[in-house]
Design a protein around this ligand. Structure first.
Ligand SMILES: [Fe+2]
Length: 255
């Protein structure tokens, strides 16, 4: 099964630029690239920071553009999203019967669990007791199937102080919930604005650049805010015995 992972679109209103780039123009090039090259993808998952300022207009535009792809798309909020506007505009049906945008999606490759790490009025993220209980329940329900996790905030340090300082604030309770579930095959996240991969407590993970601006590789925390330019999306291919992630810089044209 093939699906698309997209993240951190940071959309603004028509014609508005952010950190040197027209957010809608870049997003549309990303959508066009997926349309031209990956119309056979099963679905698209977008891991947060959909709208830079959380405006309803940005969510409506996001939904309109994504609908042109003709395949199912699902999203979770990031720290830039405003919960009320996000939930009011995007018509996803949450599996979690609460205000939280969490859902379990059954796919041919297994179950995708989308987690809502939005902590209102903070750039850091959290999974409160309610959200963790929902996750625990889902992991019990789907204990015999491959499970893939999606969240905006990484639940561990990336050794990038600027990102680590606004990561998931309660890593340990999250780890406690997931660590005994050996059927978790991969963790996808956003927030980093950089391609990054590895494994954590035996769970492989990946992320990549957003569709607008990227973060510099600052491992020393010197506060280098220079914006580097490498917008990407990822193509993920899952088989019974393998998961492959290709990140693709869509401004380059298809190769
Ligand atoms: Fe972001």
């Amino acid at each position: 099964m093939k699906f698309i992972h997209m993240t951190d679109t940071h959309l603004l209103r028509d014609g508005e630029w952010f950190l040197g780039f027209d957010t809608q123009s870049r997003f549309e090039r990303c959508v066009q690239s997926i349309k031209e090259n990956h119309s056979d993808a099963h679905c698209i998952i977008v891991t947060g920071d959909i709208a830079e300022r959380g405006e309803p207009e940005a969510y409506r535009y996001f939904h309109e553009q994504m609908a042109t792809l003709g395949m199912p798309f699902y999203s979770i909020p990031g720290n830039h999203d405003l919960r009320h506007n996000y939930s009011s505009v995007l018509p996803d049906v949450w599996s979690d019967p609460s205000v939280f945008a969490q859902q379990a999606i059954k796919t041919p490759a297994g179950v995708f669990l989308l987690l809502d790490t939005l902590l209102d009025n903070s750039d850091a993220g959290t999974l409160c007791e309610h959200r963790l209980q929902w996750l625990s329940d889902q992991l019990m329900d789907f204990s015999s199937e491959p499970v893939f996790l999606f969240m905006h905030h990484p639940p561990f340090d990336l050794h990038m102080p600027a990102i680590d300082s606004i990561g998931l604030v309660n890593n340990e309770p999250f780890l406690t919930v997931i660590k005994s579930h050996l059927n978790i095959r991969h963790l996808f996240f956003g927030h980093a604005h950089r391609p990054v991969s590895g494994h954590w407590h035996g769970i492989s993970f990946s992320s990549m650049s957003g569709t607008n601006h990227q973060a510099p590789l600052d491992l020393k925390g010197v506060g280098n805010m220079e914006v580097v330019d490498n917008p990407e999306y990822a193509i993920v291919i899952i088989n019974d015995d393998q998961l492959v992630v290709h990140t693709y810089s869509f401004l380059d044209g298809y190769r």
